[in-house]
Design a protein around this ligand. Structure first.
Ligand code: AMP
Ligand code: MG
Length: 411
């Protein structure tokens, strides 16, 4: 059996960022992955600005008395003239501090009478002034290539005047499902049949990652049909993802079909839920790559997930997610885990790396979902994340465990 960390290392080693860049308006680039560094062409703020409504002064002038004539009024967005010696300038938040002023006194610490202001507070040098470049220096990289563009990142790019961003195209993933028992919701359930829940979970997971998904639905459990779907999917996608039929002794046709159309390694991963996972590639037909460039890879990655709903969910989060993010050009693909207290006892150690469905309680500790079976989807909705419990380790109440929140895994 393969350790989870080793399986992940093999996958990440194989994943290279896809070719194909696009330049998008910054407003349309949410969730995309930056292909090139964003460097600021300017200082932010671009000038010394006032952080308060008040009066800009020269501290040295206050040595001769605190009552000063008001020599100019500076609203935000207007260029001031240099501060006349021995005077104060009325100034507003975000406005440019005039040359010669070295502090802003907030209006609450002043008394105004006619054209004069009395400063009732002795400011420190630089008080309430945000210095030019305090946030960002011209020439500095504010967003490195490989960054996923959050709303905050778009705001940051916009703050330096970036109207367009160079991003990678979206990763194209084909999915299909096998199993004669699978029925779509909306259809009557025949004896022995179950609903194809994984189609909904996996599509949602892929869409959350920003993939362009082609869903071939349920493919008939026949070798020729499976091979034909693989061939069709290979030429237009970066990854083919299937679910079901990768257990040992399975009569399913996915394994022989991928072997006939490419190459496949069947893994037994020392994890629970999960265990079987298939990783390989499907050849692209000679004519299918669309021509002249020659830059198209000769094959498309293949990952086969186990059919059990919780197993396919967990193996997706732990393996497919980081793999897809790497294809998308993302650098930081590891979820950040928390150290939290277990408020339960799990007396029986398993020799596999367990990923337990748990949720954070009001006391900040973790509760465990009672039924940890890999067929129980209820646990995935109840839980807030997965406890990553190492092999051969029983958990005692009060112990600190490694918890990976779904907020880290579902996008
Ligand atoms: P398999 O990996 O094909 O041996 O399937 C393991 C278990 O998962 C079986 O009970 C299947 O019925 C179930 N299963 C397989 N595919 C799906 C699916 N798409 N949705 C829900 N359950 C599935
Ligand atoms: Mg099956």
């Amino acid at each position: 059996m393969l350790a989870t960390a080793d399986a992940l290392a093999i996958l990440l080693d194989a994943a290279r960022p896809i070719d194909g860049l696009e330049t998008l308006p910054t407003l349309d680039a949410l969730n995309r992955v930056l292909a090139t560094d964003v460097t600021s062409p300017l200082d932010v703020p671009p000038m010394n600005t006032s952080a308060m409504d008040g009066y800009a002064v020269r501290i040295a002038d206050l040595a001769h008395g605190s009552r000063l004539p008001v020599s100019q009024r500076i609203p935000a967005g207007h260029a001031p003239t240099p501060l006349a010696p021995g005077s104060a300038a009325r100034i507003f938040t975000g406005a440019t501090v005039p040359a010669g002023a070295d502090a802003v006194v907030m209006q609450e610490q002043t008394e105004v009478a006619g054209d004069e202001v009395t400063i009732v507070h002795r400011p420190q040098a630089g008080e309430w002034i945000t210095a030019q470049g305090a946030d960002i220096r011209a020439g500095s990289v504010i967003l490195p290539a490989g960054t996923r563009l959050t709303p905050q990142a778009l705001g940051l790019a916009a703050s330096v005047g970036c109207a367009r961003l160079e991003v990678r195209r979206r990763v194209k993933v084909a999915v299909f499902f096998t199993g004669d028992e699978l029925t779509m919701p909306g259809e009557p359930l025949k004896p022995g049949a179950i609903y194809n829940s994984n189609r909904f979970t996996l599509r949602g997971l892929l869409e959350r990652l920003g993939c362009e998904v082609t869903d071939y639905g349920i493919v008939a459990d026949q070798l020729e049909a499976t091979r034909a779907t693989l061939r069709e999917a290979a030429h237009a996608h970066d990854l083919i993802l299937t679910c079901g039929g990768v257990s040992v002794g399975e009569e399913d046709h996915v394994k022989p079909a991928v072997e006939a159309e490419g190459r496949l390694s069947m893994w037994q991963i020392a994890m629970k839920p999960g265990k079987p996972l298939a990783f390989g590639a499907v050849r692209r037909s000679a004519g299918g790559a669309g021509g002249e460039g020659g830059g198209e890879p000769a094959e498309t990655f293949f990952i086969g997930l186990p059919g059990n709903p919780v197993s396919s969910f967990a193996t997706f989060l732990l393996f497919v997610r980081p793999f897809v993010l790497r294809l998308a050009g993302v650098q930081a693909v590891a979820p950040r885990a928390l150290s939290l207290r277990a408020d339960f006892t799990q007396g029986k150690a398993d020799r596999r790396n367990e990923f337990l469905r748990a949720r954070v309680n009001a006391a900040g500790g973790l509760d465990l979902f009672a039924n940890q079976s890999s067929a129980v989807l209820t646990s995935t909705v109840w839980a807030d994340g997965l406890i990553d419990n190492p092999p051969n380790h029983a958990i005692s109440a009060g112990e600190t465990v490694r918890f990976i929140p779904f907020s880290e895994l579902l996008n």
